[in-house]
Design a protein around this ligand. Structure first.
Ligand code: 5GP
Length: 193
């Protein structure tokens, strides 16, 4: 069986990766399965453990790192986030396409582990727009908003390293742009079979 395609969706916090991810996962032509990350961040009200993230303690996260169970991990805004290796490897091995969403630092280690993965970097329509979005989403936590904005600025500086940059003026349009590249990639792999 042909191995599945690993797709990495990255970009600054609050740039709207979630909305694009939803369109991609719901697209029947792409047959994408979501890689659920592990995090020490507290669960938000609307989130479901095991679906949005695996919410774990620091001790459990440290154990996963020690046992080399993560493809990559990073600290972000005071919490740890990581991609469980076994999930991605299993889905890939049974021919499923996998979608991994990470902040920019996570991309390098995944590309090293899975060189034929395809990465997309989502950019905001403008920095002002992103700042507005972050301030709205984190209006009750100014320190978090500032940290997220600073990290976003840093992430955007490394964006040129990505082959595929997608501007998120409209998530549906961004979905279509990403889909076009993925369908081409999938067709190429079929030819190589
Ligand atoms: P949030 O706390 O808003 O859910 O996520 C914060 C940032 O962490 C987002 O940019 C998100 O894409 C990123 N993230 C989520 N899971 C992972 C992961 O497993 N690894 C890395 N490196 N970043 C992640």
């Amino acid at each position: 069986m042909k191995k599945g395609l690993v797709v990495i969706l990255s970009g600054a916090s609050s740039v709207g990766k979630g909305a694009i991810r939803k369109f991609l996962l719901e697209d029947p032509d792409l047959n994408l399965f979501y890689s659920v990350s592990m995090t020490t961040r507290p669960k938000r009200e609307n989130e479901v453990d095991g679906k949005d993230y695996y919410f774990v303690s620091h001790k459990e996260f440290a154990q996963a790192v020690k046992e080399r169970e993560l493809l990559e991990y990073t600290e972000f805004n005071g919490y740890y986030y990581g991609t469980p290796k076994n999930q991605v490897e299993f889905l890939e091995s049974v021919g499923k396409n996998v979608l991994i969403e990470v902040e920019a630092q996570g991309v390098g280690p995944i590309k090293l582990n899975i060189p034929d993965s395809v990465a997309f970097f989502v950019m905001p329509s403008s920095l002002e727009e992103l700042e507005k979005q972050i301030n709205t989403l984190y209006k009750d936590d100014e320190a978090s908003a500032i940290r997220r904005l600073n990290k976003a600025k840093m992430d955007m500086e490394i964006a040129p390293l990505f082959n595929n940059i997608v501007y998120n003026d409209d998530p549906q349009k961004a979905h279509q742009e990403i889909k076009k590249v993925l369908l081409e990639e999938m067709a190429k792999r079929k030819e190589d079979e």
